[in-house]
Design a binder for this molecule. Structure first.
Ligand code: DHB
Ligand code: FE
Length: 283
Protein backbone atom coordinates (compact mmCIF):
# COMPACT_ATOMS: atom_id res chain seq x y z
CA UNK A 1 0.00 0.00 0.00
CA UNK A 2 1.02 3.61 -0.43
CA UNK A 3 2.24 5.19 2.78
CA UNK A 4 2.63 8.79 3.96
CA UNK A 5 6.03 8.62 5.64
CA UNK A 6 6.75 12.27 6.36
CA UNK A 7 5.74 15.89 5.95
CA UNK A 8 7.88 18.86 5.06
CA UNK A 9 7.05 22.53 5.59
CA UNK A 10 9.16 24.98 3.63
CA UNK A 11 8.97 28.61 2.45
CA UNK A 12 9.00 29.27 -1.30
CA UNK A 13 10.67 32.70 -1.57
CA UNK A 14 11.35 33.24 -5.31
CA UNK A 15 14.71 34.94 -4.60
CA UNK A 16 15.93 31.64 -3.08
CA UNK A 17 15.39 30.07 -6.50
CA UNK A 18 17.21 32.94 -8.19
CA UNK A 19 20.13 32.59 -5.73
CA UNK A 20 20.44 28.90 -6.67
CA UNK A 21 19.97 29.51 -10.41
CA UNK A 22 22.66 32.23 -10.46
CA UNK A 23 25.14 30.39 -8.19
CA UNK A 24 25.31 32.89 -5.31
CA UNK A 25 24.17 30.64 -2.44
CA UNK A 26 27.50 30.97 -0.60
CA UNK A 27 27.34 34.76 -0.43
CA UNK A 28 27.10 36.03 3.18
CA UNK A 29 23.43 37.03 2.76
CA UNK A 30 22.34 33.58 1.52
CA UNK A 31 24.77 31.28 3.33
CA UNK A 32 22.73 31.05 6.59
CA UNK A 33 19.53 30.41 4.63
CA UNK A 34 21.03 27.42 2.79
CA UNK A 35 23.02 26.12 5.79
CA UNK A 36 19.68 25.21 7.40
CA UNK A 37 18.81 22.96 4.45
CA UNK A 38 22.03 20.87 4.43
CA UNK A 39 20.46 18.35 6.81
CA UNK A 40 17.30 18.31 4.69
CA UNK A 41 19.08 17.46 1.44
CA UNK A 42 20.86 14.51 3.06
CA UNK A 43 17.56 13.43 4.66
CA UNK A 44 15.87 13.49 1.23
CA UNK A 45 18.63 11.22 -0.11
CA UNK A 46 18.26 8.84 2.85
CA UNK A 47 14.45 8.72 2.70
CA UNK A 48 13.93 8.95 -1.05
CA UNK A 49 10.23 9.50 -1.81
CA UNK A 50 8.50 7.93 -4.82
CA UNK A 51 5.96 10.74 -4.90
CA UNK A 52 5.69 14.18 -3.29
CA UNK A 53 2.17 15.51 -2.80
CA UNK A 54 3.05 19.20 -2.92
CA UNK A 55 0.66 21.82 -1.53
CA UNK A 56 1.50 25.28 -2.86
CA UNK A 57 -0.08 28.44 -4.16
CA UNK A 58 -0.07 29.81 -7.65
CA UNK A 59 0.95 33.50 -7.95
CA UNK A 60 -1.09 34.53 -11.03
CA UNK A 61 0.90 32.14 -13.24
CA UNK A 62 -1.56 29.34 -14.03
CA UNK A 63 -4.55 31.36 -12.86
CA UNK A 64 -5.52 35.01 -12.96
CA UNK A 65 -8.55 36.97 -11.73
CA UNK A 66 -10.71 35.28 -14.40
CA UNK A 67 -10.57 31.91 -12.60
CA UNK A 68 -9.76 31.31 -8.93
CA UNK A 69 -10.16 27.69 -7.79
CA UNK A 70 -9.90 27.19 -4.03
CA UNK A 71 -8.25 23.75 -4.30
CA UNK A 72 -6.88 22.64 -7.71
CA UNK A 73 -5.40 19.12 -8.00
CA UNK A 74 -2.77 18.52 -10.68
CA UNK A 75 -3.78 15.34 -12.55
CA UNK A 76 -1.62 15.90 -15.66
CA UNK A 77 1.31 13.75 -16.81
CA UNK A 78 3.61 16.76 -16.51
CA UNK A 79 3.67 20.39 -15.40
CA UNK A 80 5.75 23.07 -17.09
CA UNK A 81 7.71 25.55 -14.93
CA UNK A 82 6.59 29.15 -15.50
CA UNK A 83 6.68 32.35 -13.47
CA UNK A 84 5.73 35.96 -13.28
CA UNK A 85 8.55 38.40 -12.47
CA UNK A 86 11.83 36.57 -13.09
CA UNK A 87 10.30 34.24 -15.71
CA UNK A 88 10.50 30.42 -15.84
CA UNK A 89 13.33 28.92 -13.77
CA UNK A 90 15.90 26.70 -15.52
CA UNK A 91 14.65 23.53 -13.84
CA UNK A 92 13.23 20.27 -15.24
CA UNK A 93 9.61 19.76 -16.19
CA UNK A 94 7.72 18.35 -13.18
CA UNK A 95 6.39 14.82 -13.79
CA UNK A 96 3.08 13.83 -12.17
CA UNK A 97 1.71 10.47 -10.99
CA UNK A 98 -1.55 10.34 -12.94
CA UNK A 99 -2.90 7.12 -11.43
CA UNK A 100 -2.40 8.23 -7.83
CA UNK A 101 -3.71 11.73 -8.61
CA UNK A 102 -6.89 10.27 -10.16
CA UNK A 103 -7.31 8.00 -7.15
CA UNK A 104 -6.93 10.98 -4.81
CA UNK A 105 -9.48 13.00 -6.84
CA UNK A 106 -11.97 10.12 -6.66
CA UNK A 107 -11.44 9.49 -2.94
CA UNK A 108 -11.31 13.12 -1.76
CA UNK A 109 -14.27 14.33 -3.84
CA UNK A 110 -16.45 11.41 -2.66
CA UNK A 111 -15.23 12.37 0.83
CA UNK A 112 -17.06 15.69 0.13
CA UNK A 113 -14.11 18.01 -0.62
CA UNK A 114 -14.85 19.55 -4.02
CA UNK A 115 -11.50 19.78 -5.80
CA UNK A 116 -10.92 21.37 -9.20
CA UNK A 117 -9.25 18.85 -11.51
CA UNK A 118 -6.37 20.30 -13.53
CA UNK A 119 -5.39 18.26 -16.59
CA UNK A 120 -3.03 21.05 -17.62
CA UNK A 121 -1.31 23.48 -15.26
CA UNK A 122 1.93 25.48 -15.34
CA UNK A 123 3.75 25.61 -11.99
CA UNK A 124 5.59 28.64 -10.57
CA UNK A 125 8.13 29.34 -7.79
CA UNK A 126 5.55 28.26 -5.21
CA UNK A 127 6.21 24.68 -6.36
CA UNK A 128 9.68 24.68 -7.91
CA UNK A 129 11.54 26.58 -5.14
CA UNK A 130 10.60 24.02 -2.42
CA UNK A 131 11.79 21.21 -4.73
CA UNK A 132 15.09 23.00 -5.38
CA UNK A 133 15.62 23.78 -1.71
CA UNK A 134 15.06 20.15 -0.70
CA UNK A 135 16.84 18.38 -3.60
CA UNK A 136 19.59 20.92 -4.38
CA UNK A 137 20.45 21.98 -7.95
CA UNK A 138 18.91 19.80 -10.64
CA UNK A 139 19.89 20.63 -14.21
CA UNK A 140 17.10 21.59 -16.59
CA UNK A 141 17.98 18.62 -18.83
CA UNK A 142 17.97 16.09 -15.96
CA UNK A 143 14.91 14.87 -14.05
CA UNK A 144 13.59 15.66 -10.61
CA UNK A 145 14.37 12.67 -8.33
CA UNK A 146 10.66 11.76 -7.89
CA UNK A 147 7.14 12.31 -9.19
CA UNK A 148 5.08 15.25 -7.88
CA UNK A 149 1.33 15.73 -7.47
CA UNK A 150 0.60 19.46 -7.11
CA UNK A 151 -2.30 20.87 -5.13
CA UNK A 152 -2.74 24.60 -5.73
CA UNK A 153 -4.55 26.44 -2.91
CA UNK A 154 -6.00 29.92 -3.35
CA UNK A 155 -4.33 32.23 -0.82
CA UNK A 156 -4.13 35.19 -3.21
CA UNK A 157 -7.75 36.36 -3.47
CA UNK A 158 -10.10 36.43 -0.45
CA UNK A 159 -11.94 34.39 0.63
CA UNK A 160 -9.08 31.93 1.08
CA UNK A 161 -9.94 28.58 2.74
CA UNK A 162 -9.68 28.49 6.54
CA UNK A 163 -6.82 26.76 8.31
CA UNK A 164 -9.27 24.21 9.66
CA UNK A 165 -10.62 23.44 6.18
CA UNK A 166 -7.04 22.89 5.02
CA UNK A 167 -6.33 20.65 8.03
CA UNK A 168 -9.46 18.56 7.38
CA UNK A 169 -8.60 18.34 3.66
CA UNK A 170 -5.18 16.98 4.67
CA UNK A 171 -6.93 14.20 6.59
CA UNK A 172 -9.02 13.33 3.51
CA UNK A 173 -5.85 13.26 1.37
CA UNK A 174 -4.28 10.90 3.93
CA UNK A 175 -7.30 8.56 3.69
CA UNK A 176 -6.95 8.63 -0.10
CA UNK A 177 -3.23 7.83 -0.09
CA UNK A 178 -3.68 5.11 2.57
CA UNK A 179 -6.18 3.34 0.29
CA UNK A 180 -3.95 3.29 -2.82
CA UNK A 181 -2.83 -0.31 -3.45
CA UNK A 182 0.67 0.24 -4.94
CA UNK A 183 3.66 0.32 -2.54
CA UNK A 184 4.78 3.94 -2.62
CA UNK A 185 6.73 6.17 -0.26
CA UNK A 186 4.70 9.38 -0.32
CA UNK A 187 5.81 12.63 1.32
CA UNK A 188 3.53 15.63 1.72
CA UNK A 189 4.97 19.14 1.39
CA UNK A 190 3.23 22.25 2.74
CA UNK A 191 4.85 25.38 1.34
CA UNK A 192 4.83 29.18 1.63
CA UNK A 193 5.15 31.55 4.59
CA UNK A 194 6.27 32.42 7.09
CA UNK A 195 5.36 35.97 8.14
CA UNK A 196 5.71 38.42 5.29
CA UNK A 197 3.93 41.34 3.67
CA UNK A 198 4.92 42.48 0.20
CA UNK A 199 2.88 45.66 -0.18
CA UNK A 200 1.45 48.84 1.36
CA UNK A 201 2.22 50.42 4.74
CA UNK A 202 3.31 47.27 6.52
CA UNK A 203 5.54 45.95 3.69
CA UNK A 204 8.53 44.15 5.22
CA UNK A 205 6.61 43.01 8.33
CA UNK A 206 8.15 39.98 10.09
CA UNK A 207 6.87 38.48 13.37
CA UNK A 208 9.49 36.00 14.58
CA UNK A 209 7.84 35.35 17.93
CA UNK A 210 4.54 34.38 16.28
CA UNK A 211 6.32 32.30 13.63
CA UNK A 212 8.19 30.27 16.28
CA UNK A 213 4.97 29.53 18.16
CA UNK A 214 3.43 28.41 14.85
CA UNK A 215 6.38 26.07 14.23
CA UNK A 216 5.85 24.57 17.71
CA UNK A 217 2.11 24.16 17.17
CA UNK A 218 2.28 22.72 13.66
CA UNK A 219 4.78 20.22 14.99
CA UNK A 220 3.16 19.13 18.27
CA UNK A 221 -0.23 20.83 18.67
CA UNK A 222 -1.79 20.86 15.20
CA UNK A 223 -5.41 21.26 16.31
CA UNK A 224 -4.50 24.59 17.95
CA UNK A 225 -2.70 25.67 14.77
CA UNK A 226 -5.75 24.72 12.69
CA UNK A 227 -7.94 27.13 14.69
CA UNK A 228 -5.97 30.30 13.82
CA UNK A 229 -8.30 32.76 12.09
CA UNK A 230 -7.71 34.74 8.90
CA UNK A 231 -7.77 37.92 10.98
CA UNK A 232 -4.93 36.65 13.18
CA UNK A 233 -2.79 35.65 10.17
CA UNK A 234 -3.37 39.08 8.65
CA UNK A 235 -2.74 41.05 11.83
CA UNK A 236 0.24 39.05 13.15
CA UNK A 237 1.97 37.79 9.99
CA UNK A 238 1.20 40.36 7.28
CA UNK A 239 -0.91 40.01 4.16
CA UNK A 240 1.08 37.08 2.70
CA UNK A 241 1.33 35.15 5.98
CA UNK A 242 -1.98 33.51 5.01
CA UNK A 243 0.18 31.17 2.86
CA UNK A 244 0.77 29.23 6.08
CA UNK A 245 -2.70 27.62 5.89
CA UNK A 246 -1.06 25.37 3.28
CA UNK A 247 1.17 23.88 5.98
CA UNK A 248 -2.01 22.65 7.65
CA UNK A 249 -2.96 20.49 4.64
CA UNK A 250 0.42 18.78 5.08
CA UNK A 251 -0.05 18.47 8.83
CA UNK A 252 -3.56 16.99 8.43
CA UNK A 253 -2.07 14.22 6.28
CA UNK A 254 0.29 13.13 9.08
CA UNK A 255 -0.34 11.19 12.28
CA UNK A 256 -1.59 13.12 15.29
CA UNK A 257 1.80 12.62 16.99
CA UNK A 258 4.87 13.00 14.83
CA UNK A 259 8.63 13.18 15.35
CA UNK A 260 10.18 16.52 14.46
CA UNK A 261 13.52 15.57 12.94
CA UNK A 262 14.60 19.00 11.73
CA UNK A 263 13.74 22.69 12.11
CA UNK A 264 15.19 25.82 10.50
CA UNK A 265 14.15 29.45 10.91
CA UNK A 266 15.97 32.42 9.44
CA UNK A 267 15.28 36.11 8.81
CA UNK A 268 15.61 37.59 6.27
CA UNK A 269 15.32 35.99 2.86
CA UNK A 270 14.06 38.65 0.51
CA UNK A 271 10.98 40.04 2.33
CA UNK A 272 10.22 36.82 4.14
CA UNK A 273 10.94 34.84 7.27
CA UNK A 274 12.09 31.41 6.07
CA UNK A 275 10.64 28.55 8.08
CA UNK A 276 11.16 24.82 7.66
CA UNK A 277 10.13 21.62 9.45
CA UNK A 278 10.63 17.92 8.73
CA UNK A 279 8.07 15.77 10.53
CA UNK A 280 8.15 11.96 10.42
CA UNK A 281 5.16 9.70 10.91
CA UNK A 282 5.55 6.92 13.44
CA UNK A 283 5.57 3.42 12.00
C1 DHB B 1 8.39 36.92 -1.74
C2 DHB B 1 7.77 35.92 -1.02
C3 DHB B 1 6.74 35.18 -1.59
O1 DHB B 1 6.04 34.22 -0.93
C4 DHB B 1 6.37 35.40 -2.92
O2 DHB B 1 5.44 34.62 -3.45
C5 DHB B 1 6.99 36.42 -3.64
C6 DHB B 1 8.02 37.17 -3.06
C7 DHB B 1 9.51 37.71 -1.15
O3 DHB B 1 9.82 37.55 0.03
O4 DHB B 1 10.12 38.51 -1.85
FE1 FE C 1 4.32 33.41 -2.11
Amino acid sequence: MAKVTAGVAVSHVPAIGVAMDTGITDQPYWQPVFKGFEFSRQWMKDNKPDVIFLVYNDHCTAFDASCIPTFALGCAAEFTPADEGWGPRPVPVVKGHQKLASHIAQSVILDEFDLTIMNQMDVDHGLTVPLSVMFGEVDKDDEWPCLVIPLAVNVVQYPAPTGNRCYQLGKAIRRAIDSYPEDLNVMVFGTGGMSHQLQAERAGLINAEWDKQFLDDVSQNPVAASQITHLEYLRETGSEGIEMVMWLVMRGALDEKVTEVHRHYHVPASNTAVGHLILENHE
